[in-house]
Design a protein around this ligand. Structure first.
Ligand SMILES: Nc1ncnc2c1ncn2[C@@H]1O[C@H](COP(=O)(O)OP(=O)(O)O)[C@@H](O)[C@H]1O
Ligand SMILES: CC(=O)OP(=O)(O)O
Ligand SMILES: [Mg+2]
Length: 416
């Protein structure tokens, strides 16, 4: 009789403000067994799309109201069970959660305890769109499988290497320290994964290269990574600072908020909602989807053109700034929904930077691919790359490594 195999599967939950993305992976070969997405949580038109990649099941879609993240996770659990991949499976080693704000405490993936949850809860005011969803995801997953290790992988962890000169705001230092006001940075799992994948694409070790990573999704951030360590990133105390995003303003003179309060008579909550939800691309032109913005530009829409130009202008400023921070740049890597798909954004962001060694080959830029690739000509001094991010795989790896102490070889139970 053979002894039972050690569990090798990890379920990854990436709970966003109104969505949950999930993947079930087998860490023996990092293969995906099921992937899915629940979107528009809390609306009447919620949608769950579930794709089993193992067991011969078909892609399924459910529409109709899903009230909250708790209901969303229960629906995901039902879908997985239908494919024989349910949370009750003894093959499951752990559940890995993306947790957006980890403050200064968490530098590495962490097994979730009540103390860890309390700290994540304490940080809700500085990640109001993200941490509450992460907490619900953790509590629901724990209720479904109380015996299983649950691991938090923090968006902030990769940025904890930032030097004080980059991490501090120039405000009264006692006030800042009393309230832990500093720049934390986010999307760190993606910046870590993409900077490493870019080094691999260049055939180098991460310690040998300096990379500017541009994570352009709904939320967007840039980072400067020197020899594998983050030295600067564009998001700050909260995920509001930095680049222009789908619905967030990014950088703004803080006095705009006083002005809105004193002159426009808006409340703090109204200003918060304005800057987080009604700004960025959606505030400028009514759309936050870059595909729709490009379509409108092609039809001659001036508002869409202006929104695109502001988005790209900010991006270019950050590329220049991070070039200066790094001194020598080996590669600029574009990632996430916009970075991976919007050739026009990549072209416009780097236009006119030939003197800095940054050149985009139009043919390579226009080509499409699901794998990491270079879009700069061979002669260019700085490589420009499109590198699909994979936050879920990175979370699964870190989770599995933490619970088994091994990421490559899977420990087997000794044969009886
Ligand atoms: N084919 C495409 N062309 C241009 N932009 C795209 C394309 N596909 C997706 N996007 C952009 O990517 C965004 C979503 O990026 P994603 O990384 O999935 O975001 P998030 O993880 O923050 O939800 C969309 O809002 C859209 O602007
Ligand atoms: C931190 C952050 O902005 O995340 P997202 O892009 O998922 O909203
Ligand atoms: Mg994302």
């Amino acid at each position: 009789m053979t002894a039972p195999q050690s569990p090798t599967r990890v379920l990854v939950l990436n709970s966003g403000s109104s969505s949950v993305k999930y993947q079930l992976l087998d860490m023996r070969d990092s293969s995906r067994l099921a992937v899915g997405l629940v979107e528009r949580i809390g609306e009447a038109t919620s949608r769950l799309v579930h794709t089993p990649l193992e067991g011969g099941g078909e892609r399924r879609e459910r529409t109709g109201p899903i009230a909250d993240h708790d209901a969303a996770l229960k629906a995901v659990s039902e879908e997985l069970t239908q494919d024989g991949l349910g949370l009750d499976s003894p093959a499951l080693a752990a559940i890995g959660h993306r947790v957006v704000h980890g403050g200064l405490k968490f530098h590495a993936p962490t097994v979730i305890t009540e103390e860890v949850l309390a700290e994540v809860e304490r940080l809700v005011p500085v990640a109001p769109l993200h941490n509450p969803a992460n907490i619900t995801g953790i509590r629901t997953a724990r209720a479904l499988r109380p015996d299983l290790p649950q691991v938090a992988v923090f968006d902030t962890a990769f940025h904890t290497t930032m030097p004080e000169a980059a991490a501090r705001y120039a405000i009264d230092i006692e006030t800042a320290d009393a309230h832990r006001i500093r720049r934390y940075g986010f999307h760190g799992t993606s910046h870590a994964y993409v900077s490493r994948a870019t080094a691999a694409l260049l055939g180098k070790d991460p310690s040998e290269v300096n990379v500017i990573v541009l994570h352009l999704g709904n939320g967007a951030s840039a980072s400067a990574v020197a020899g594998g360590r983050c030295v600067e990133t564009s998001m700050g105390l909260t995920p509001l600072e930095g680049l222009v995003m789908g619905t967030r303003s990014g950088d703004i003179d803080p006095a705009v908020t006083f002005h809105l309060k004193r002159v426009a008579g808006m409340s703090t909550d109204e200003i918060d909602a304005l800057l987080n939800k009604k700004s960025g691309l959606v505030g400028l032109c009514g759309d936050n989807d870059m595909r729709e913005i490009r379509r409108r530009i092609d039809e001659g829409d001036e508002r869409a053109r202006l929104a695109f130009d502001i988005y790209v202008h900010r991006l270019k400023k950050y590329i220049g700034a991070y070039y200066a921070v790094l001194g020598r740049v080996d590669a600029v890597a574009f990632t996430a929904g916009v970075g991976e798909n919007a050739a026009a954004v990549r072209e416009a962001a780097l236009a006119g930077l030939e003197e800095m060694g940054l050149v985009v080959d139009a043919g390579l830029n226009a080509a499409r691919s699901d794998t990491a690739r270079l879009i700069s000509p061979e002669y260019a001094r700085v490589a420009v790359a499109v590198v699909p991010t994979d936050e879920e795989l990175e979370i699964a790896r870190q989770t599995f490594e933490l619970v088994t102490g091994d990421v490559k070889g899977v420990p087997e139970s000794p044969t009886a």
